[in-house]
Design a protein around this ligand. Structure first.
Ligand SMILES: [Fe+2]
Length: 424
């Protein structure tokens, strides 16, 4: 399946039967692997990133562990693989070390693909029987959304791996995309003080960390009409942004010193080129800057006399907007310039995940799901920061206004960028 077929798949998602939606999502994962060699799928470039082969097996394990294994008398296909492809579910059992996933030359890619096919057969049998079990239906939705999250990770992880290869491999040529000829001026949209309602309203799928919906007090503030561009971030670099400790949070400055950061991940030394999923490319000045950490986003905001928006501010802006934008299904796989002539705020969805100034913590009244599934989100609510809006590597239809992504503040390998906010 190619990217455009996967876009058709995403449109089908809303209406198809559970078995149809299962097939759509599973096929889309394999479609992203179409240009990869078996060798590409084995290597792990850093502890945060996983090999493609591991993603293929782990997403399959998820369905086997959380859906198929609920059937009485179910016998796992490969009992030893439970250990290999459990990611972090302590209540399910022990697991292989995350940083050593790239050492698994066995099982082979062919064996993992066979595992996928055989679990798919079992899953399709289960879905066709449709016993009306609402818990199974909820777990299916979770499994499909989980697999979509791994589709995005597969793209960001292979990008990181390829970026370290002197041959600078091309994962996929960018699909033809409209290029903006002129830049959209940066403006701040004023928002009045008031009480907003944020969190998942209750219709359709959402992860547990988006609930419960609750009220928040928003002070008067403003939110930028578009994302920060490469040209704007280049100005920060050229004015010595990475050399001025006064702009940085202490932990961020430590990272700059320790890691020798002087530009976003994947930028060339010339500050004019960047490594992309289509290989090394000239940088578009008015495209959004991406692959910056929370620390870099925060330092840029301070340099610009602004700050990052709170997640509540972001959501209150986004919740009335259609979820449209540059997502993975479009095949561009890179953030695009804002299009002039459209009312703001622009680029809320797709392009890049937007760092917020909000720590990833529980909403008032949050309760993790009972059982092992409760380990999905809640136990990570410490030391991470919320990002909003999805990226050019996010599957279409996967995100919504209440969606909370989260990463450690030093993470740069996701498509993460910057929208500014200000106190009014
Ligand atoms: Fe996972």
């Amino acid at each position: 399946m190619n990217a455009s077929r996967s876009a058709i798949g995403a449109r089908l998602m809303g209406s198809a039967s559970p078995a149809g939606r299962y097939r759509c999502v599973r096929d889309a994962t394999l479609a992203w692997c179409g240009t990869l060699t078996p060798e590409d799928t084995v290597v792990q470039s850093m502890p945060d990133a996983s090999p493609v082969k591991w993603h293929l097996a782990h997403t399959t394990w998820f369905f086997e562990q959380f859906l198929l294994s609920r059937q009485s008398g179910y016998v796992p296909l490969h009992p030893q693989w439970q250990y290999l492809f459990n990611s972090y579910y302590q209540s399910v059992g022990p697991m292989h070390a995350r940083a050593q996933r790239g050492l698994l030359s066995r099982p082979t890619l062919a064996e993992v693909l066979d595992y996928r096919a055989r679990i798919d057969e079992r899953m399709e049998g289960l879905l066709e029987r449709d016993d009306g079990d609402t818990e199974s239906a909820a777990l299916l939705e979770l499994g499909l959304n989980h697999e979509q999250q791994h589709q995005e990770l597969l793209l960001t992880d292979i990008k990181h791996l390829f970026s370290l290869n002197p041959l600078q491999p091309v994962f996929r040529e960018h699909a033809a995309a409209p290029r903006a000829s002129e830049s959209v001026p940066l403006e701040f949209l004023r928002r009045c003080e008031g009480i907003a309602q944020i969190g998942h309203p209750g219709e359709g799928f959402a992860f547990d960390n988006e609930s419960p919906q609750h009220r928040v007090l928003l002070h008067a503030h403003s939110v930028a009409n578009r994302l920060i561009t490469n040209a704007e971030f280049r100005a920060f670099i050229e004015e010595g942004g990475y050399r001025n400790p006064m702009l940085w949070l202490s932990e961020g400055w430590d990272m700059v010193q320790r890691e020798g950061w002087g530009r976003p991940l994947y930028w060339g030394e010339d500050l004019q080129s960047e490594f992309t999923l289509a290989g090394l490319q000239a940088m578009a000045a008015n495209a959004p800057v991406c692959h910056v950490s929370f620390y870099e986003a925060d330092a840029f905001a301070r340099w610009a006399g602004a700050r990052l928006p709170l997640e509540s501010e972001w959501e209150s802006v986004a919740q009335d907007r259609p979820v449209e934008g540059n997502f993975a299904d479009g095949g561009v796989l890179h953030p695009l310039p804002a299009r002039p002539g459209h009312g703001g705020p622009l680029q809320l969805f797709g392009d890049v995940w937007e760092w917020t100034s909000s720590p990833y913590v529980a909403y008032p009244g949050f309760r993790p799901a009972p059982g092992a599934i409760g380990e999905y989100n809640g136990k990570f609510m410490c030391g991470q920061w919320v990002l909003r809006g999805g990226s050019c590597a996010t599957p279409q239809g996967h995100v919504r206004a209440s969606y909370r992504n989260f990463f450690h503040p030093s993470a740069r390998w996701q498509f993460s960028g910057i929208r500014l906010g200000k106190d009014a």
